[in-house]
Write a protein that binds this ligand. Structure first.
Ligand SMILES: [Zn+2]
Ligand SMILES: [Zn+2]
Length: 280
């Protein structure tokens, strides 16, 4: 059985997420652990946590199918000390929230070096991750590949490898592959998928690939834009996504949609995916 879901809203509480996941045809999900546009993050209310955990069990959602996505303001590659420290503190808080909710994986963007250079950026990321993994001991961190823009680190699989190789607890790191980001960064995940997966396997190991962010792209291969599109409506398209999704390795990973729109649109995207790969 495939594992599929979408990025879900948390307004009004985390408890709404498991049921709404099932309602849109999913069995996996991603959430933000707090308002992603704010530096401030509170711990979830006790009754909300209890209900959330109960419903995870009730709807049979597996631990490996639940993902949390870090907030937008965090940049642990930042060369600015105050910004780096604030980012680290919020990252640790997010890990604590994940632990309270029982969500094992926290997905992060490696960050932007803001012009200081990739080597310096990677050093800052490793330093932050070492502190974070030492201060919160439950949550696993997944590094997401990104598009090449704005000093971003992580548009190459090599970047993710360097970070994992250098941290003190590599066993608590993994990766997420975002199809739109990979496409926009110039990886042809349709016609050269085996080459792409071989690269991940050689550099990092495919067992560390924990999630797929499943998005079509508004732009051409290598455009470096990062504009997600609904399933089948973008440049990767239905046929491209069919080739990607029916690969024996990809079929074993949970797929999370981050396409434009709300639950209703995601419900349509999920049925589109099932239609594309021939699963009803
Ligand atoms: Zn992301
Ligand atoms: Zn993504």
């Amino acid at each position: 059985m495939i594992r599929i879901g979408a990025h879900m809203p948390i307004g009004g509480g985390f408890k709404r997420v498991p049921k709404e996941t099932i309602e849109i045809g999913g069995n996996a999900f991603q959430i933000f652990p707090h308002n992603p546009r704010q530096w401030k993050a509170g711990f979830p209310k006790e009754d909300d946590v209890l209900e959330f955990r109960n419903r995870i069990k009730k709807y049979n959602i597996e631990t490996d199918s639940m993902l949390s996505h870090s907030g937008y303001l965090i940049n642990i590659a930042s060369p600015k000390e105050d910004n780096w420290k604030k980012s680290l503190d919020l990252l640790i808080k997010e890990m604590e929230i994940c632990s309270i909710l029982g969500i094992k994986y926290l997905n992060i963007h490696p960050g932007s070096h803001l012009g200081a250079g990739e080597d310096k950026g990677i050093k800052k990321i490793v330093k932050a991750l070492n502190i974070a993994l030492e201060s919160e001991k439950n949550t696993f961190i997944l590094l997401e590949n990104v598009a090449q823009k704005g000093g971003n680190i992580g548009y190459k699989i090599e970047h993710l490898k360097f970070i994992i190789d250098k941290v003190k607890q590599p066993e608590r790191l993994g990766i997420t592959i975002d199809t739109c980001h990979a496409w926009d960064a110039g990886y042809d995940i349709v016609n050269k998928l085996d080459e792409f997966l071989d690269k991940i396997d050689k550099l990092i190991g495919l067992e560390k690939l924990k999630f797929i962010h499943l998005n079509d792209s508004k732009n051409e291969l290598g455009s470096n834009k990062d504009r997600h599109e609904n399933i089948g409506k973008g440049v990767i398209g239905e046929e491209g996504l069919r080739k990607f999704l029916t690969h024996e390795i990809i079929l074993t990973k949970p797929w999370i949609l981050e396409t434009p729109g709300d639950n209703e649109i995601h419900k349509q995207d999920i049925s589109k995916v099932k239609e594309i790969i021939g699963v009803i």
